[in-house]
Design a protein around this ligand. Structure first.
Ligand code: HEM
Length: 415
């Protein structure tokens, strides 16, 4: 058999030292943007999409490229797990998908998110207050994780004393490939954590019966699809998805943003000199290191893309990181430039950190706001940041997480 010319980008080991961008660039160059890759770990070959135009075509044709058939997770799962995961919004296809999305979308509109800004800013300020005078911190847990977790917990009416539990459950559920995050048997630990979250959701449903909750949980429990309320299972899965999608993703991007700014002090200086650049910097951070590396689709009918013949049933992965570094869209894509989106306003909405089409991230406004207030609070106060130990990346091909990032900075003097 002919040897596959491409590196396997579903090998979690290539993510351990954070150098996977170079691998993606190589695969894109070798393949032209659509590579058929052998995976000796799972023995399931897949089409890797590394080009923006192809990704957009796929996202705009959700019935031809299904999220539901095998879910959006690139890993291989037993059918019963796939069947359960299909109850999550992100793993649904039209026409059902939009009916479920409608139930919660009001909580995430730009207007609703404006209403959260003041509270988000307070949390960001309190977070920086806790570390500023120490002159050092482990940035991921002490800073990046705080606001995203508190934000989604507040929207779901979860008391703050349960914060640590939700932090641990999310890590265990998402990072199953990394022993440090989910223990030796990541899959078993992930399932156990999910069961805890379902039980928590069931308790919230009971509470709603007693005192009618007016938050997202209330909206989910009162919402209907085809005139029917969500089943307990549907509600629990929806809750789990929101909690997981809503905190760990934004945490990862805030952590990568800080890493990129420390690695590029000239870019950080621009934001210190002119804080009005921060919203543009947020877009560049999202472009450069979006939280999700890649998500799956399944080809539903034979189809030809740019001369390549795809068969019904084929596995595809949309590689958001590679798509965001497509040189046809972004000049010098490997350059981190906080002014890129200011200099070229036509690039607005051109990256795909939040996906595109039917499944476009429902939390996009919210996480943009979180990132903006977080960087607005931290940049003027954590001065001269530098790494005190090498950055530790999560061993994972789904979420581009940072495990730990120990930094030092000039300690703030009490005034
Ligand atoms: C920087 C942070 C985030 C990134 C990079 C991100 C990225 C994404 C991406 C790429 C998708 C598309 C999935 C697909 O095409 O299959 C998505 C969907 C989704 N995201 Fe996010 N997300 C972020 C934050 C959030 C937040 C804060 C929430 C909720 C509070 C959230 C909730 C969701 C949900 C519910 C979906 C599924 C939407 C649907 O299927 O209709 N995300 N996200």
């Amino acid at each position: 058999m002919q040897q596959c010319p491409f590196k396997n980008i579903l090998d979690p080991d290539i993510y351990v030292d954070g150098s996977h961008h170079a691998v993606f660039a190589e695969v894109r160059e070798q393949s032209g943007g659509l590579a058929y890759i052998q995976d000796p770990i799972t023995n399931v070959p897949y089409w890797a999409v590394m080009k923006r135009s192809i990704a957009d075509y796929i996202c705009k044709n959700p019935l031809l490229f299904s999220s539901q058939a095998k879910t959006i997770l690139p890993k291989e799962m037993p059918e019963e797990e796939v069947a359960l995961s299909r109850l999550m919004l992100v793993n649904m296809d039209p026409p059902e998908h939009v009916k479920y999305r409608r139930i919660v979308r009001n909580a995430f509109t730009p207007k609703a998110v404006q209403g959260y800004e003041q509270r988000f800013r307070e949390v960001a300020k309190e977070t920086i207050d806790k570390v500023a005078s120490k002159g050092e911190c482990e940035f991921v847990t002490e800073v990046a994780a705080e606001l995203p977790l508190i934000a989604i917990m507040s929207l779901c009416g979860i008391p703050m004393e349960d914060k640590q539990q939700f932090f641990d459950w999310t890590n265990t559920m998402i990072f199953t490939e990394d022993e440090d995050m989910s223990g030796e048997d990541g899959i078993a630990a992930s399932q156990a954590a999910a069961i805890e979250v379902y039980a928590y959701a069931a308790n919230l449903a009971e509470k709603h019966k007693r005192e009618s909750l007016s938050d997202i949980v209330g909206a989910l429990l009162d919402g209907t699809v085809n005139d029917d309320k969500l089943t307990p299972e549907e509600f629990q899965l929806f809750f789990l998805m929101l909690i997981a999608a809503g905190n760990e993703s934004t945490r990862s991007v805030i952590a990568h943003g800080m890493r990129l700014l420390i690695e590029h002090p000239d870019q950080l200086q621009k934001l210190i000199d002119d804080p009005s650049l921060i919203p543009f910097a947020v877009e560049e951070i999202l472009r450069y290191n979006p939280a999700f590396v890649q998500m799956r689709r399944t080809v539903m009918e034979d189809v030809e893309i740019e001369g390549q013949k795809l068969k019904a049933g084929d596995k595809m992965v949309l590689n958001w990181q590679a798509i965001n570094h497509d040189p046809e869209i972004f000049e010098n894509p490997e350059t981190f430039d906080v002014e890129r989106f200011k200099k070229k306003p036509e690039l607005n909405n051109q990256h795909r950190a939040f996906g595109n089409g039917e499944h476009f991230c429902i939390g996009a406004h919210m996480s943009r706001m979180e990132m903006q207030v977080m960087f607005e609070e931290l940049i003027p106060r954590l001065r001269n940041p530098r790494f005190s130990q090498p950055v530790a990346f999560v061993r994972d091909y789904f979420v581009n997480g940072i495990k730990s990032m120990n930094i030092t900075f000039d300690a703030e003097q009490a005034s």
